[in-house]
Design a protein around this ligand. Structure first.
Ligand code: SF4
Length: 287
């Protein structure tokens, strides 16, 4: 990755951003990259030396690294293992992933994350659960029992004021989020991993512009919305998820027309490091 420094921030920021990323072997995939869309995963790998990022755009990543650095200095308890990289071969691909803490007594794996307070408000933790479940699956394969997972989330945009006045807002800037893993969960994640690995193996043979498109969910696109509008009013009376729902709502409640608001690919626009190498981004998103 090429790190730029447009704001001329102190060199320490640049050095931290350049800090050795773990280099994967040719057939090795990190768990975190398997959780992304196949196109993003492959483009990131193929163009890792050409991808540019400005250090000012990496501050929350640096904040996460700093948090990990402080926590990893703490001594683990007798039955704890911290910051360990796991590797496991599956169908010719090496999976690798680094968990933050494992407690053998509690049979629990823990990961530290920085997140927005919105993550807690919406309560959608499927990505966190899947990541921890894969680590748990790998740990079990290495002979360590795991039945639970926990994410300790540091909320970078937490507001004390909102915590006092808004219902459902997280009360504190740190939130533990717990998961339990059943035998069925382990069976399901094995199926998920095998399917993902099969997709990766097929994708490795394809040129960049033939890679399967990231799904709508992977592009953080919540889909088109249908706004019921009224003449003389700028804002919608109601915004719904389908034309049918909007028509039904308008028939019962009034309104003059339905405006279609196309869904945005938020990941492509703002969060995908590989976007400059993606034909979809260049053709559809980039104006
Ligand atoms: S720009 Fe969008 S479609 Fe392209 S790789 Fe990134 S997330 Fe996927």
């Amino acid at each position: 990755m090429i790190i730029t420094n447009e704001l001329n921030l102190p060199q320490a920021f640049v050095q931290m951003a350049q800090r050795d990323e773990y280099e994967t072997a040719n057939n090795e995939y990190r768990v975190t990259s398997l959780l992304k869309g196949i196109r993003e995963t492959e483009l990131e790998r193929r163009h890792s030396r050409e991808i540019k990022r400005d250090v000012s755009d990496m501050v929350w990543l640096l904040f996460g690294t700093a948090t990990h650095s402080i926590l990893e200095r703490q001594k683990e308890g007798d039955r704890e293992i911290k910051e360990t990289r796991l590797k496991m071969e599956m169908d010719g691909i090496m999976l690798s992933g680094q968990f933050d803490l494992y407690n053998e007594e509690e049979e629990r794996i823990t990961d530290y994350k920085t997140a927005s307070a919105w993550k807690i408000i919406y309560g959608n933790y499927e990505d966190w659960r899947r990541q921890l479940l894969i680590y748990a699956y790998m740990l079990r394969d290495a002979g360590f029992p795991v039945k639970r997972g926990r994410v300790v989330a540091f909320l970078k945009d937490h507001s004390k004021r909102d915590a006092k006045v808004k219902a459902g807002y997280p009360k504190l800037p740190v939130q533990p989020v717990d998961f339990t893993f059943s035998e069925r969960d382990f069976q399901e994640i094995e199926v998920w991993l095998k399917e993902k690995i099969a997709q990766v193996k097929r994708a490795r043979e394809l040129p960049d512009d033939r890679l399967p498109l990231c799904t709508q969910e992977e592009r953080f696109n919540s889909g088109d919305k249908y706004a019921v509008m009224k003449k003389g009013r700028k804002t919608a009376l109601r915004v719904l998820d389908s034309q049918e729902e909007a028509e039904q709502w308008m028939a019962s409640n009034g309104g003059d027309s339905i405006e279609i608001r196309p869904g945005e690919d938020k990941k492509c626009q703002d969060y995908c490091a590989a976007k400059e190498f993606c034909s979809y981004y260049k053709g559809v998103c980039h104006e």
